[in-house]
Write a protein that binds this ligand. Structure first.
Ligand code: MG
Length: 363
């Protein structure tokens, strides 16, 4: 089994918000690089990458060039391929574009590997559970008005979600009092039994996080996420030590090394691993293992269609972020039912690109 060919495309997916019907920017799009690889005996694998913004063309080029270096290699050996690519690229591998591009390749390798073995990926990787909790994300954003956020929050509850995430660090003229009022408003809209998370997206200083975090303790957030600059490991540790509410973080960092610093410094209670920025499935699993050794759960960021496999595979997977940016790319995807995702039984990722959608949204 050798990698024989690959193809990439860019698709501009609509930035819609199907969970609560409340998009922050209704006319925006998200550029996604898609990758299809195939072996000489006809096994196909798929990968995706994004975060390229206006550099998405360069990201696609990077996926093409890295992918070309895998031709003739055995996709069951992702670590061997990673070594070859790192050696080929020398010191340029540290940083964004290599890691973002390599993630798409690594995803496709694992898809092919699991298909060659005839097993769904989550089973190949450990198979800890065959269903996992999931939470609605992207529907209760800080840019919505109070009325919009309440309407959207009630819809999520009506639609069966048991866990959901909102945001603080409100835009414009805000204050600790205004932040607390918004947090209480969302809690009242969903009721006391819903697991409610809250994302700050790095917008507070550590002392603000401690101040506002203490004021919202009675809102009973399940976690506060990215409360300050993502690589301020000491600042994060100060907030984590000061608050009763657990602190989540990790989606913004690249590769596995920052997680070591984060865990050693006890910067977060709940490491969040982004499949694309961490460098693919191979690297994602290493971070999950590090966290397990520190007695910590892990959570995912975006791409629930792939992350569902990873959270279910490992013993310390906590919940899957259901933020369906990519849903239109695929023919069928695991859908949340009563707050859970059931793992697919098809070999590999169990995903196939929807050719009609790709044609429609092709850049
Ligand atoms: Mg986040």
């Amino acid at each position: 089994m050798k990698i024989a060919r690959l193809k990439t495309e860019i698709v501009n997916l609509p930035a819609d918000e199907p969970l609560g019907d409340s998009p922050e920017n209704p006319n925006a799009t998200r550029p996604i690089v898609i990758l299809e690889m195939a072996t000489d005996d006809g096994i196909e694998g798929i990968g995706v990458s994004f975060f390229g913004g206006p550099m998405t063309g360069a990201l696609r080029q990077a996926v093409d060039e890295l992918g070309a270096l895998t031709i003739g290699e055995d996709p069951s050996r992702p670590e061997r391929i990673a070594i070859k690519l790192r050696e080929a690229l020398g010191t340029s591998v540290l940083g964004g574009p290599f890691t973002l591009a390599y993630s798409a390749v690594d995803m496709a390798l694992w898809d092919m590997r699991a298909k060659a073995l005839g097993v769904p990926l989550w089973k190949l990787l450990g198979g800890a559970r065959d269903r996992v909790p999931t939470y609605a994300s992207g529907a209760l954003m800080r840019g919505l008005s109070d009325d919009q956020v309440v309407t959207s929050a009630r819809k999520l509850v009506e639609r069966g979600f048991r866990q959901m995430k909102t945001q603080l660090a409100l835009p414009g003229d805000t204050s600790p009092q205004r932040e607390v009022a918004r947090a209480r408003l969302v809690r009242e809209a969903v009721g006391p039994d819903i697991t409610l998370m809250c994302d700050i997206n790095q917008r507070w200083r550590p002392e603000q996080a401690i101040d506002i975090g203490r004021r919202v303790e009675d809102v009973n957030f399940f976690w506060l996420e990215d409360v300050t600059t993502a690589d301020d490991f000491a600042g994060l540790a100060r907030v984590t030590a000061a608050l009763k509410t657990p602190i989540a973080g990790g989606e913004y960092v690249y590769g596995i090394v920052p997680f070591r610093h984060m865990l050693e410094a006890r910067s977060v209670d709940i490491p969040m691993i982004d499949l694309v920025r961490v460098g693919g499935i191979t690297q994602w699993l290493k971070v999950a293992g590090m966290a397990e050794a520190f007695n910590l759960p892990v959570v995912s960021h975006l791409i629930p269609e792939v992350h569902v496999h990873l959270i279910a595979a490992v013993p310390n997977g906590l919940t899957v972020e259901y933020m369906p940016w990519l849903r239109r790319l695929f023919q069928t995807v695991p859908m949340p039912v009563n707050g859970e995702l059931v793992l697919p039984t098809a070999p590999g990722l169990g995903l196939a690109f929807d050719r009609d959608a790709i044609k429609k949204f092709k850049a």
